[in-house]
Design a protein around this ligand. Structure first.
Ligand code: MG
Length: 385
């Protein structure tokens, strides 16, 4: 059996390490061809020794030199920076690129990989939030599959397999509601970074955990779903489902609702995106059905869900507005983690920046990155006193 040759970009992060768990569980199916990480040279060196990839990339030239010292000469090639990521994204031996790069740096990776016709397992949110139109157009042109790793869009992808999108009435994204779902509105001003980082159901990186608490993460998923599946914005809804067992649902025109249900473990959607179009044995424990707890659903809407409104507003404005939304949020979340901004001010900073920064056409990666930079400056001016 031919093995699928994969590149894992962001290999030392939460998604990257879990992807390597999946690879370890399927040595007969997956071959780790390339790895890339930002700054964690220690873990990357360990991973390179274990997996013997042909190429690894690291953030800086200095770290690349350090990595070369640690690895056996004549084995793995070490590259670095944006060029390093680019080399791996385009690597002729790679079938599937798992893009788990953190932040806007991941955008170019996705674009390069789809234009090279690779299958892309997409964990980098910025790619579709900032440049959804551009990337999906390139993916269609080059017949590249874009497979969402994010559990809710991943669930929608599973529910939609073999279906005609014209038969879809609604895409229903589930949201855990975050750790403050039951808190009174006025207490949100006092939320500390420690409280916000304590997500009730999912174990994830810092920014996405804060974005889950503000619901901005769900706003981003509305944007991801919009570009991935090509339905009207009005057909995408969010319901609160605190147990995170039902990862999302699709309602079809004939009245059938199809849901994807599974353990709250990222290795499930990661493996789905790596194995697609096949399905392989799970590397995690199977969910017991009926589950021991009930499954609750509540509507979303009102003050607590202002982040969803901001995401919809950005998508309606079109062009670079979603990129502005993302950049403003990233700056605001970082300021909150540094205790320079209150929790309830994160979305108000984003709303202000969305008003202030003009929307332009998102017709190139460059124009999107310019809007990103303008939004960062505008957000920074609001958080630094
Ligand atoms: Mg998600």
């Amino acid at each position: 059996m031919d093995k699928k040759r994969i590149a894992i970009l962001g290999s030392t992060g939460s998604v990257g390490t879990q992807a390597l768990d999946v690879a370890a569980g399927h040595p007969d199916r997956l071959h780790v061809e390339c790895l890339a990480a930002g700054r964690n040279v220690d873990l990357l060196a360990e991973q390179a020794e274990r997996w013997q990839p042909s190429v690894v990339s690291v953030g800086t030239e200095q770290d690349a030199a350090e990595l070369r010292r640690r690895l056996e000469p004549g084995g793995t090639r070490v590259v670095w920076g944006a060029e390093g990521l680019r080399e791996i994204s385009l690597h002729s031996n790679v079938d599937t690129v798992l893009n788990a790069v953190v932040g806007a740096a991941g955008l170019a990776v996705t674009y390069d990989a789809v234009t090279a016709g690779k299958q892309v397992a997409l964990a980098n949110k910025e790619s579709l939030v900032m440049a959804g139109e551009l990337i999906m157009a390139a993916a269609r042109r080059h017949e590249a599959d874009v497979l969402p790793v994010d559990s809710e869009p991943n669930a929608l992808h599973q529910c939609l397999r073999g279906e005609h999108i014209s038969n879809v009435r609604r895409l229903i994204l589930t949201a855990s509601g975050g750790p403050f779902r039951t808190w009174p509105q006025e207490r949100l001003a006092e939320v500390t970074p420690e409280e916000a980082l304590n997500h009730p159901t999912w174990l994830m990186g810092q920014r996405i955990t804060i974005d889950s608490a503000t619901l901005m993460n769900k706003g981003f998923e509305i944007i991801e779903a919009y570009w991935l599946f090509g339905v009207p914005l009005e057909a995408i809804e969010v319901v609160v489902h605190p147990q995170s067992a039902v990862h999302s649902l699709v309602e079809f025109s004939d009245g059938s609702l199809v849901a994807q249900v599974g353990p709250t473990d990222m290795r499930i959607p990661i493996q789905y995106a790596l194995s697609y179009p096949e399905r392989w044995k799970s590397v995690v424990e199977y969910l017991q059905v009926p589950a021991s707890s009930p499954w609750d659903f509540e509507p979303s809407g009102g003050d607590r869900f202002v982040a969803l409104d901001l995401a919809r507003q950005a998508l309606r404005a079109g062009g670079t507005a979603p990129a502005v939304l993302n950049a403003a949020d990233e700056v605001a979340v970082a300021a909150f983690l540094e205790r320079e901004l209150r929790f309830d001010q994160i979305t108000s900073v984003v709303a202000d920046v969305l008003e202030e920064v003009p929307t332009t056409s998102a017709d190139s990666i460059e124009s999107i990155l310019e809007a990103d930079a303008a939004a960062r400056r505008a957000a920074q001016a609001r958080v630094v006193k």
